[in-house]
Design a protein around this ligand. Structure first.
Ligand code: ATP
Length: 507
C-alpha cells in the first residue's frame, strides 16, 4: 500500500515539474535513492547506527540480592544518598553526583551493583557496553552517546521518575587514554562527547542522570574521566572473601533443594579465588549433576565435583594410555603426599580424570584467605608443585612433560619471592638484574625445594606406590581417604600384585 502511495507521489512530482518547466530528473533520482534505502532496510540501519546504543532494562535487583561486597555496597550507598534526597543536597549547595566508577575483576557483581543502585534511587536503568560506541564511521559514536543521554531523560520523564542510571560496561573501551589510537580520532570524539554530556548534567534537568561505569582495566582509563565532577567516586569491587562467598552461595542455593549433608561453609572455604559469577555457576552445576543422577536433592559431593568442573572444565572422554594413567597417578600422589607433609589436612581430593587441560589434578583446601605469604609458606607451595615431577623421577626413573604447568606456576612463585627479597640475592630491583643472576637465583630455590620433595618421595616410596595403585583403580581419592592411608603408615593397602594385574606398573 505504502509503495502505491509513493509511486503516486513520484508521478505527481514528475507531472507538476514538467508543466512548470523544471527538470524533474534530479528530484526523481533522489526519490529513487530514498526508495531503495527504504526497501533494503538501509534507513533502519542508519537510524540504528546513529542512536541505537544502550537499552532500557526493566530491573528489580536490590542490594539484598548481592552477597558480600560490604565495602563496595557501603560506599555506593553513601554516594546514592545525595541522589535519593536531592532536595536536601541541593539546599546545602551540594552539586549532584555525576558518575560512579566500579572497578574490579570480571564477574564480581558490578552490573548487579549498578542495577541495585537504580532500584535504590527509583531510577530508570539503561545499560550499554563501551564497545557499542565504537564504529568505523566518524561521529557515530559521539551521536550514540548523545542519544543515550537523551533517551535516559525521556525514559525518566515517560515513567514519571526523577532519576535515571546509565550503566556503561567495559568503559575502558570507550574511555581509554586519548591519543592512543593514532589516526583514529573516532575514539577520542566519542570520549569527548561523553565528557561533554557529563559536564552538561545539571540538577535542574528534571531527570537527574547518573552514569555508572564498570571496568576491569582501571589503569587504561583517560585521566579526564576520573577528574572530580565526572566519575567522582571510584568504588572497588573485589573478589569475595570467605564470608562473602558463603553469602553468595546462600543466595544462589536459596531456590534449590539441598540435602542435609550440604555444608556451604566448607564449599566457601574451598573456593578461594572464585568470583560471584563462578559461585553462581557452581550452584547451577551442582544442581545439574544431581539431576543427571536423578537425585531429588543436591548433596555435598555434587558441590565438590562442581568445584572441579567450574575451575578446570568439563570431564573429557579422552582416555590416556594405561602407562600414562599410571604416571599421572604417581605424579598426583606425589603432590598430595608432600602437601600433607607440609600442611596436614590440606588435600581436598586427587583424581586422574581428565578435565580441561589437566590429565589429573590434586585440589588443596586453602587454609584461609591469605593476602600476605611468608617465605616458609611459599617454599612449601614450591615443594608441593615440584613433588609431581620428583615422584616421577624417583618412582619411574624419568620425568615427562606433564610437569610443565607445575613448573610455570613454580617459576612465577619464585619470581615473586625474588622481588620480595627472599632469595640469596637479598633485596634487589628485579627489573635491573642481569638475566643470568635472576636465572641463578630462581634455579637455586627451585633446586633446594625439589631436593626436599625428592627426599620425601624416596623416604615414602612404598606408601606412594600403594596410594598410586589405589588411585589408579578408584580414579578419585578424597582427602579423608588419603589421610587414613597416611596414618596407617607403611602398610600398603594396595599390594604390588594388584597393580601388576593392570599391567602398568612399569617401574
Ligand atoms: P563483568 O565485569 O564480566 O561484566 P560483573 O562484575 O558486571 O562482570 P555481574 O554481571 O554483575 O558481574 O555478575 C554476573 C553474575 O554473577 C550475576 O548475574 C550473579 O548471578 C553472579 N554474581 C556476581 N557477583 C555476585 C554477588 N556479589 N552476589 C550474588 N551474585 C553475584
Amino acid at each position: 500500500m505504502k509503495r502505491e502511495i509513493l509511486l503516486g507521489v513520484a508521478a505527481g512530482v514528475f507531472f507538476f515539474a514538467s508543466i512548470s518547466g523544471l527538470n524533474p530528473l534530479p528530484a526523481l533520482l533522489f526519490g529513487f535513492l530514498l526508495y531503495l534505502l527504504y526497501e533494503t532496510g538501509g534507513l533502519r540501519i542508519i537510524r540504528r547506527q546513529l542512536g541505537g546504543s544502550g537499552q532500557e532494562v526493566k530491573n528489580q535487583v536490590t542490594f539484598q540480592q548481592i552477597g558480600g561486597q560490604a565495602a563496595a555496597k557501603k560506599e555506593l550507598l553513601e554516594a546514592l544518598e545525595f541522589m535519593k534526597d536531592g532536595n536536601k543536597a541541593a539546599a546545602l549547595g551540594i552539586r549532584p553526583l555525576k558518575g560512579i566508577l566500579l572497578a574490579g575483576p570480571p564477574g564480581t557483581g558490578k552490573t548487579l551493583l549498578a542495577k541495585a543502585a537504580a532500584t535504590y534511587t527509583d531510577a530508570v536503568f539503561l545499560a550499554a557496553a563501551g564497545s557499542e560506541f565504537i564504529e568505523m564511521y566518524a561521529g557515530v559514536g559521539a551521536q550514540r552517546v548523545r542519544s543515550l543521554f537523551q533517551r535516559a531523560r525521556e525514559a525518566g520523564r515517560r515513567e514519571g521518575r526523577s532519576n535515571a542510571v546509565i550503566f556503561i560496561d567495559e568503559i575502558d573501551v570507550l574511555g581509554s587514554k586519548r591519543g592512543q589510537y593514532q589516526g583514529h580520532m573516532e575514539y577520542d570524539q566519542t570520549l569527548n562527547q561523553l565528557l561533554t554530556e557529563m559536564d552538561g548534567m545539571k540538577s535542574t534537568d528534571g531527570v537527574r542522570v547518573l552514569v555508572v561505569g564498570a571496568t576491569n582495566r582501571e589503569d587504561m582509563l583517560d585521566p579526564a574521566l576520573l577528574r572530580p565532577g565526572r566519575f567522582d567516586r571510584l568504588v572497588r569491587v573485589e573478589l569475595p572473601d570467605q564470608e562473602g562467598r558463603l553469602q553468595i552461595l546462600k543466595l544462589h542455593t536459596a531456590n534449590k533443594p539441598l540435602a542435609p549433608d550440604v555444608d556451604l561453609k566448607q564449599i566457601a572455604r574451598e573456593t578461594f579465588g572464585f568470583s560471584g559469577a563462578h559461585l553462581e555457576s557452581l550452584a547451577n552445576e551442582a544442581a545439574i549433576l544431581a539431576l543427571r543422577e536423578n537425585a531429588a536433592q543436591i548433596g555435598q559431593r555434587h558441590f565438590l565435583e562442581a568445584i572441579d568442573k567450574v575451575s578446570l572444565g568439563e570431564k573429557l572422554d579422552r582416555r590416556p594410555q594405561k602407562e600414562e594413567l599410571w604416571r599421572v597417578a604417581v605424579h598426583e600422589v606425589g603432590h598430595a603426599v608432600v602437601s600433607e607433609a607440609f600442611r596436614p589436612g590440606s588435600v581436598a581430593s586427587l583424581t586422574i580424570t581428565s578435565r580441561g587441560q589437566a590429565l589429573g589434578y590434586m585440589r588443596q583446601v586453602p587454609e584461609d584467605d591469605y593476602y600476605l605469604y611468608t617465605e616458609s609458606y611459599l617454599r612449601g607451595q614450591l615443594r608441593i608443585l615440584l613433588a609431581g615431577m620428583a615422584a616421577e623421577e624417583v618412582l619411574l626413573g624419568n620425568r615427562s612433560t606433564g610437569a610443565q604447568g607445575d613448573l610455570e606456576q613454580a617459576i612465577s612463585t619464585v619470581k615473586k619471592m625474588v622481588a620480595a627479597g627472599m632469595s640469596s640475592l637479598g633485596i634487589v630491583s628485579v627489573a635491573d638484574l642481569p638475566a643470568g643472576e635472576l636465572q641463578g637465583a630462581i634455579r637455586d630455590i627451585l633446586n633446594e625445594e625439589k631436593a626436599e620433595a625428592r627426599r620425601i618421595m624416596t623416604e615414602k616410596k612404598e606408601l606412594v606406590l600403594s596410594l598410586a595403585r589405589e588411585l589408579l583403580e578408584k580414579e578419585r581419592l578424597a582427602g579423608e581417604e588419603l589421610r587414613a592411608r597416611l596414618q596407617d603408615g607403611h602398610e600398603p593397602a594396595y599390594p604390588a600384585e594388584a597393580a601388576d594385574q593392570t599391567g602398568v606398573l612399569a617401574s
